[in-house]
Design a protein around this ligand. Structure first.
Ligand code: ADP
Ligand code: MG
Length: 539
């Protein structure tokens, strides 16, 4: 047996890893399983080009807890490590210095600390968070000899000859007394499901002498479309979206070239409470090379937050920190590509009115937020909006409205309120009805806001009818609305005196046919619905 000192920086690093990341100890399993899965992938890859290498009989990663011995073994039939490789990979720090790691660790927000481990290529050392002794027995594929590397994580390690039947690696963790929870099969399975469900190599956890599969997920999104059945899509949708229905839309594609990623996204068939009322951030999952990274990358803008699914890229380093995620231009480019793809799908599906209505009734109010807050996509989103109208049954679009505009009609007219039934009966509509001018009726909460940011559509201004002065005589056809009586000056000043500070102006109008009076808002400033909302908010 040989005894070796750790490379200069390893000792300090170990100390850091063990102490700084104590509250996230469970990630040791993610790191070790990721290494094991990588090793299996590498063996497969090398076997493609090296005729002396064989494929493992069964390519799976096994996790074997032994409570009685307080021992956890992670075993893989991967590429393995030679004696020199053990010393090099597990005895020195390959990629970056301890100092940089220590600095990042000190500066990173708590939530980012666990991912730093992987980023600095020190994942293996996280084993010492839960174990006070680690033994690694490994046999390099294509060689006959095996070696055991062992350490207590305190400055040195030993190397001794060992035996192993086939190529691969066994990592034996002698667990600390306070880490016994990681010997519970259920706990181990839960950690795998959380962090490594989508590793394509099977991972099993041994319970009562039997290997039980721990990762049910196959990386469905990586398969060619032709190989995926409808049922498989639905099942996966239910899994990622925590849903029970059928998706309204399934988008599965692979981008190659400037950006490399696979995406499998779904628009739910039903409205989940969460998507509309809850968290505004998109929860589309980000994977890097199949490994789950985070569901908080904001892969889609908030106004597409109802979209569920996975984006898996090779263009980011595994274990990228959240801080880095925010900064990387790669993510911004993926976000753009994915957003455009979803928009073009909606555009295509919108051609089928009935089909699109099923989507619109669930997620229309969310989509409208895009007009309000996303200048870049405002126009495209506006074309996807659907409305109730004073003139036609069912849903209609701005484009259809513009197509129906009367000769001489200059604007798209909207009426905003709370209740669709009350809107349809509003006296505000009388003059428009009489003249045959269509008005769009808007009754979602967000409708009080977005029109302000969309002053026009296809060159036509969008006007709230409670706000605008309209000259009906310019518009062709239809009956002219009731003429204002010749002399109402006396009545107007009477009303003005009576209402005093309640109104800023009392005017004669030709907008009414049956009703005697109607409230109007000044042309510049908030429209009536906005004023109502502001009053309700106590302003
Ligand atoms: P990283 O995985 O980021 O390189 P780690 O600290 O997790 O950093 O692992 C260090 C290195 O040790 C790996 O790059 C790999 O070469 C080697 N290694 C770790 N675990 C295994 C394993 N199960 N089989 C083969 N090699 C491994
Ligand atoms: Mg690793």
């Amino acid at each position: 047996m040989e005894r070796h000192e750790f490379g200069a920086e390893v000792g300090r690093l170990l100390d850091l890893v063990v102490h700084a990341l104590y509250s996230d100890r469970e990630i040791f399993l993610r790191e070790l399983v990721a290494n094991a899965a990588d090793a299996v992938d590498r063996r497969r890859f090398e076997a493609l080009t090296d005729q002396f290498l064989t494929l493992p009989a069964e390519a799976k990663v096994r996790i074997l807890p032994d409570k009685a011995a307080r021992r956890l073994t992670i075993s893989d039939p991967g590429i393995g490590m030679s004696k020199a490789e053990l010393a090099q990979h597990l005895g020195t720090i390959a990629r970056s210095g301890t100092l940089a790691f220590a600095k990042s660790l000190a500066e990173a927000p708590a939530a980012d600390k666990p991912s730093l481990i992987g980023q600095f290529g020190v994942g293996f050392y996280s084993a010492f968070m839960v174990a006070d002794r680690v033994e690694v027995t490994s046999r390099r594929a294509g060689t006959e000899e095996a070696w055991t590397w062992a350490s207590e994580g305190k400055g040195d390690y030993t190397l001794a000859p060992a035996a192993r039947e086939d190529a691969g690696t066994d990592i034996v963790l002698h667990m600390k007394a306070d880490a016994e929870e990681f010997l519970e099969p259920f706990r181990l399975q839960a950690i795998i499901r959380k962090w490594a469900d989508h590793i394509t190599i099977p991972i099993t956890v041994a319970r009562d002498g039997k290997d039980e599969p721990a990762n049910e997920g196959t990386a469905l999104w990586r398969k060619p479309k032709a190989e995926v059945t409808e049922e498989a899509y639905s099942e996966f949708y239910r899994h990622v979206a925590h849903a029970f229905d059928q998706p309204w839309a399934t988008l599965h594609w692979r981008a190659e070239g400037a950006l490399d990623f696979s995406a499998l996204l779904f628009v739910p068939g039903m409205k989940p409470f969460q998507a509309v009322e809850g968290e505004r951030q998109s929860q589309v999952r980000l994977h890097v090379c199949r490994m789950f990274i985070t569901d908080e990358a904001g892969l889609l803008p908030p106004w597409l937050r109802f979209v569920q699914g996975v984006v898996d890229t090779e263009d980011l380093p595994l274990n990228i920190s959240r801080e880095m995620l925010q900064a990387t231009p790669v993510l911004a480019r993926i976000r753009k590509a994915v957003t455009n793809r979803v928009l073009s799908e909606l555009k295509t599906r919108a051609k089928d009115t009935e089909d699109y209505a099923r989507f619109w009734e669930n997620f229309g109010p969310v989509l409208k937020e895009g007009v309000w807050e996303d200048a870049e996509h405002r126009k495209e989103v506006a074309a996807l909006l659907r409305f109730r109208s004073s003139a036609v049954e069912g849903w209609t679009s701005l484009t259809e409205y513009v197509g129906r505009m009367k000769e001489g009609q200059e604007a798209v007219y909207i009426l905003v309120g709370d209740d669709p039934a009350a809107l349809a009966k509003s006296p505000q509509l009388e003059g428009f009805r009489a003249k045959g001018v269509e008005v769009l009726l808007l009754s979602d909460g967000i409708d009080a806001f977005w029109p302000e940011r969309l002053p026009e559509f296809e060159g036509k201004p969008i006007r709230s009818i409670t706000q605008s002065t309209i000259d009906f005589s310019k518009i062709a056809g239809g009956a002219d609305a009731g003429e204002a009586p010749a002399d109402v000056t006396g009545l107007l000043s009477l009303l003005k005196d009576a209402l005093k500070d309640e109104v800023s102006e009392v005017r004669a109008t030709d907008r009414l046919v049956e009703s005697a009076a109607v409230l109007a808002a000044p042309q510049y400033g908030p429209d009536l619905q906005m004023q109502r909302l502001m009053r309700r908010a106590g302003r």
